[in-house]
Design a protein around this ligand. Structure first.
Ligand code: SF4
Length: 280
C-alpha cells in the first residue's frame, strides 16, 4: 500500500517503498547475499543492525562491515546490561569504526515503574516481566526504528521454539511494514561460532563462562552444555514465553511473517517487478 503524496505521516509510519521479495527467492541465499539484497533494495543509510552484542549480532556486524563502510548499528540500552556487554560495545567500536546508537528507555516510565513495582519486578510474574521489557526494550525499539526502511536481526530458527518459522526477510507490520531481515535464520549455533573463530570476531566475555544468549544481567544466566541455547534467558518462565516483545508482531500476533503466507508472497511476487532488488 502506498501513501498518497502530501499525506502527513510520522516517520514511524512510513512504509517500505520496496516490496519484500518472495520467500522462494530469498530462502536459498546465504547470509551475505541476503544482506546484499537488502542494501541494494533499501539503501545502506536506511537500514540498521539491531544489536544486543550477542554472538549472532557480532557475525552480522562483521559481514556488514565488509559490505558497507560505516554500517548503522543501534542497541537498546536497558540500563540493566552486564558490564561485559558494554566492554564489547567499545571493542566493536574500535574494531569496525562504527558509531553505536544507544537507545535508552524513557526516564519517566522507568522511574514510575520501579517506584510502583520495585527494581526487580520481573521476578514477580510474567506480566511484571513483560512490563519491564515493554518499558526498557519495546518502546525504545519503536523509536530506534523511526525513519528506517529495514532492520537486521540475529534471529535464528533453532534458538527456541518461538523462532522456528523465522523468515530471512519479512514485512514487519508492527513497525510500519518495514523490512525485518534475519540473514542467519538458517544458521546453527556451531556455524556462528565457526565464523567468529575463523574471522577473529570480538565476542562477549560471558560466552566463555557458559552464557550462550545474553540479555539483561538479572534475566540471564549460564546454561549447561547441551541445553537449549536460550534456556538461560528468563529461566524461571516456560520456553514458549521467553520473548521480550521486540520480535513479536502485535498486528499479526506472530513473531514474524509465518510460512503460511508464502502463497500470498508468491502471488504478490508475480505482480511486482523485482529487478531493482536483484539486478547487480
Ligand atoms: S530482560 Fe529483564 S531487566 Fe531487561 S527489560 Fe526485560 S525484564 Fe527488564
Amino acid at each position: 500500500m502506498s501513501i498518497p503524496p502530501g499525506t502527513p505521516v510520522r516517520s514511524s509510519t512510513i512504509r517500505a517503498s520496496v516490496p519484500v521479495p518472495a520467500t522462494g527467492q530469498i530462502e536459498p541465499l546465504d547470509a551475505r547475499a541476503v544482506l546484499e539484497v537488502t542494501i541494494r533494495a533499501l539503501g545502506a543509510d536506511r537500514i540498521a543492525l539491531a544489536s544486543s552484542f550477542g554472538a549472532e549480532d557480532m557475525v552480522l556486524l562483521d559481514l556488514l562491515a565488509g559490505l558497507i563502510e560505516r554500517p548503522r548499528v543501534f542497541t537498546l540500552d536497558t540500563g540493566r546490561l552486564p558490564q561485559e556487554t558494554y566492554d564489547l560495545m567499545d571493542a566493536a567500536r574500535r574494531r569496525y569504526g562504527v558509531e553505536i546508537e544507544a537507545v535508552f528507555p524513557q526516564r519517566e516510565a522507568v522511574e514510575a515503574m520501579v517506584r510502583e513495582r520495585g527494581q526487580n519486578l520481573f521476578y514477580d510474574s510474567l506480566e511484571a516481566r513483560r512490563t519491564c521489557c515493554a518499558v526498557r526494550k519495546v518502546e525504545p525499539l519503536g523509536r530506534a526504528l523511526e525513519g528506517l526502511a529495514g532492520w537486521i536481526t540475529g534471529l535464528r530458527r533453532d534458538q527456541i521454539v518461538t523462532r522456528t518459522a523465522t523468515p530471512k526477510i519479512a514485512v514487519d507490520e508492527g513497525h510500519g511494514a518495514i523490512w525485518k531481515v534475519a540473514p542467519l535464520a538458517d544458521w546453527s549455533e556451531a556455524q556462528v561460532w565457526s565464523y567468529i573463530r575463523a574471522n577473529a570476531v570480538p565476542y562477549n566475555a560471558l560466552h566463555d563462562r557458559g552464557y550462550r544468549s545474553i540479555g539483561c544481567a538479572p534475566c540471564t544466566r549460564a546454561v549447561p552444555e547441551g541445553d537449549d541455547p536460550r534456556a538461560g534467558r528468563w529461566w524461571w518462565e516456560r520456553p514458549d514465553e521467553r520473548e521480550c516483545g521486540i520480535h513479536f508482531d502485535p498486528v499479526s500476533g506472530r513473531m514474524t511473517r509465518a510460512r503460511e503466507v508464502e502463497a500470498a508472497d508468491a502471488e504478490a511476487a508475480a505482480r511486482l517487478d523485482r529487478r531493482e532488488v536483484f539486478d547487480a
